[in-house]
Design a protein around this ligand. Structure first.
Ligand code: OSB
Ligand code: MG
Length: 372
């Protein structure tokens, strides 16, 4: 595919629901939407899942803006590009995986629209509907925690994930087990625990609650300590931040650092790398699921497509549009069915339409770069 231009849109959207993790509190979502134009004027959309601050990864909206404007866009000029090989083309740029994913996503959407195929079909997805779970932030108050879980279960979410951190760990899990019994339950620490005595005893205590998995308990750069921890507990460890690529997945497998991977297509450089990780992990007989990054409806489309892959064996963190957004930037918005699943679109590309009016409403700045 030849491109005629790329347009960057920096959006700043107030969140309906505050989201708190071990690492900070999100109340406003800064995001970068990427619009690519084919030679014939067809349009594809993607989203860089980085935000205003580098709390989850080293990337931000501004670093992505810089890397796309100064390195990726110039390298696309006059080239024939394909989404499946785009990641290899820009592999000379080290890191910046969220940034690369945002562009790659837009290429998949464009490809889907040009070939009249949904992204699911382009990547080998097999499901018509995907299972969805709810990620509940670090609430810090038991009554509000129980209310949030109860509402999530009554909406149909297939499992509950509690964000935890040292000091808000065993108690919320015990409270939820006491109130709701053996529901599918897991926790996510965003790397906030260490292998010191006090933390290890808390992790061992968590091990007694029949959790589906414990996500990213330790430092994101420490596969070795995760491997030590996995030998100390029987609950499967799931890695999120630690897995940036298929090479990381291979290392984690060889070290025994985890049994499950939360793949976020936006974190690992896009859908091509998502497939590599999925296929490698599936080849070992192990399950994956798809994580969320508080994306707008554009980013969610790629998570939904990825969640339709065959070895996605757990519910994925794909919040419906109405959870965080007053109005989503896409039409129709992403909706949870009462059975806790989400429909995988059959329309071409991302299968939803981006609403210019909403993009303009939240736009902080934009930049068009001609590629012809
Ligand atoms: O660690 O999984 C995470 C949201 C932002 C940053 C990191 C994480 C999350 C979530 C998913 O837990 C929430 C969602 O997008 O619905
Ligand atoms: Mg996580």
């Amino acid at each position: 595919m030849k491109l005629s231009r790329i347009i960057l849109h920096h959006l700043r959207i107030p969140m309906k629901e505050v989201f708190k993790t071990a690492l900070g509190t999100e109340t406003v979502r800064d995001t970068l939407l990427v619009e690519v134009w084919g030679e014939g004027g067809e349009v594809g959309w993607g989203e860089v899942v980085a935000t205003h601050s580098p709390w989850y990864s080293s990337e931000t909206v501004e670093t992505a803006w810089h890397v796309i404007r100064d390195f990726i866009a110039p390298s696309l000029r006059g080239k024939d590009v394909e989404p499946s090989t785009f990641g290899d083309e820009v592999s000379w740029i080290r890191g910046h995986r969220m940034c690369k994913a945002g562009v790659e996503f837009a290429l998949w959407d464009l490809k889907g629209r040009l070939t009249s195929k949904p992204i699911r079909d382009l990547i080998g997805g097999v499901k018509d509907r995907v299972e969805v779970g709810l990620s509940v932030g670090v609430i810090g108050d038991f009554a509000r925690l129980i209310k949030a879980v109860s509402e999530g279960l009554s909406k149909g979410f297939r499992r509950i994930k509690l964000k935890v951190k040292p000091g808000w760990d065993v108690d919320p899990v015990r409270a939820v087990r006491r109130e709701f019994g053996e529901i599918p339950l897991q926790v996510d620490a965003n790397g906030s625990f260490t292998l010191t005595g006090d933390h290890v005893s808390r992790l061992k205590e968590l091990d007694r609650y029949g959790l589906l998995m414990i996500e990213q308990p330790l430092h994101h750069e420490d596969l070795v300590k995760h491997s030590k921890l996995q030998k100390m507990i029987s609950t499967p460890i799931c890695l999120d931040e630690s897995i940036r690529s298929a090479l990381d997945a291979e290392a984690a497998y060889n070290l025994g650092s985890c049994r499950v991977i939360n793949i976020k297509p936006g974190r690992v450089g896009g859908l091509a790398e998502t497939l590599r990780i999925h296929d490698f992990w599936a080849g070992k007989g192990l399950p994956v699921w798809i994580g969320g990054m508080l994306e707008t409806g554009v980013g969610r489309a790629f998570a939904v497509a990825a969640a339709s892959l065959p070895s996605v064996k757990y519910p994925s963190d794909i919040s419906p549009s109405s959870r965080f957004w007053e109005v989503d930037v896409v039409e129709p918005p992403w909706e949870l069915r009462s059975d806790g699943t989400m429909e995988v679109p059959r329309k071409p590309g991302i299968g939803v339409e981006v609403l210019d009016k909403v993009v303009r409403r939240y736009e902080v700045k934009s930049l068009g770069i001609s590629l012809s």
